[in-house]
Design a protein around this ligand. Structure first.
Ligand SMILES: C[S@@+](CC[C@H](N)C(=O)[O-])C[C@H]1O[C@@H](n2cnc3c(N)ncnc32)[C@H](O)[C@@H]1O
Length: 263
């Protein structure tokens, strides 16, 4: 899922082509029943061979920043004094996670990513070469380097104040829709974890995924449906994929969904 893989795949087979871009608009949720989300991870966790410095970051620094599975049932143990808990799924190179952690020292952020080179990018932005073992690390930022869904399932009810899903892999073929993170069957899990009024930020530049988000979120009742912004709102630090989309003249959309009161 990391890197370029899914973005280079053709668009869905079943819908008519969009005349402007030679792309196909998103399929609607109906008429075919949607398969449940895929349980395995389809993206890449390894890319090009790691350089020695990257290996040191993974061996020496990552253990100092890892969010431990043993803390999942009571995540506040990992962040004494934090007033909020935030979580980012798929942090890529970590630009957004680092910027949020710096701007909000009062909030604790668990940032999830499976792609080794991305994890190394985040670590190398924090750690000068040679100081991997002892440089002070942001106390409010911890990394989860397995499938984010495993952590989500282990977290307690109503623990999250904010959730970020920025430029998720779009998996544009309709037959791969079950690999998308935004999926009707994922919503009850996310709703269980989020406090009432908690914010779920979603951004994507992929037209298929944009229409998909509209369809999925328009058909549910756990979150307030929201109109997306077409300019990145204040307080949303930029990401590498957003920059890439803008360079390619793709139009990102930015949603802020709020968890409704209720079950
Ligand atoms: C298209 S990239 C976007 C990265 C970043 N958010 C950005 O905007 O630059 C999506 C990232 O999500 C990661 N990812 C996908 N599924 C994941 C999962 N289940 N758990 C953790 N990371 C995941 C991929 O490895 C990939 O790096």
């Amino acid at each position: 899922m990391a890197g370029e893989g899914p973005r280079s795949t053709p668009l869905p087979e079943s819908a008519p082509r969009n005349e402007d871009h030679g792309e196909r608009p998103a399929p609607l949720l109906s008429p075919r029943p949607l398969k449940p989300p895929a349980d395995r991870l389809y993206g890449r966790s390894k890319g090009h061979k790691l350089r020695p410095r990257q290996q040191v970051l993974l061996d020496v620094t990552l253990p100092r920043m890892a969010f431990r599975e043993a803390d999942a049932a009571e995540p506040s143990r990992a962040f004494p004094g934090a007033s909020e808990l935030w979580l980012e799924v798929g942090f890529g190179g970590g630009e957004h996670a680092i910027a949020q952690a710096r701007a909000h020292p009062e909030a604790a952020l668990i940032a999830c990513e499976v792609f080794e080179n991305g994890i190394c990018s985040l670590l190398s932005a924090l750690v000068p070469e040679g100081r991997e073992a002892e440089v002070p690390l942001p106390p409010n930022l911890r990394l989860w380097t397995a499938d984010a869904r495993l952590l989500l399932r282990a977290l307690p009810d109503r623990c999250l104040d904010r959730l970020f899903l920025l430029f998720p892999d779009p998996w544009p073929k309709m037959r791969h829709a079950r690999r998308r993170f935004v999926h009707p069957a994922m919503l009850p899990l996310l709703a269980r974890l989020m406090k009432h009024g908690a914010e779920w930020r979603v951004a994507t530049d992929d037209p298929t995924y944009q229409a998909w988000v509209r369809d999925v979120m328009g058909a549910q009742t756990l979150f307030d449906d929201a109109e997306p912004a077409s300019v990145r709102p204040d307080g949303w630090p930029p990401t590498r994929y957003e920059a890439k989309a803008l360079r390619a003249r793709r139009q990102p959309l930015y949603w802020s969904f709020r968890r409704r009161r209720g079950p």
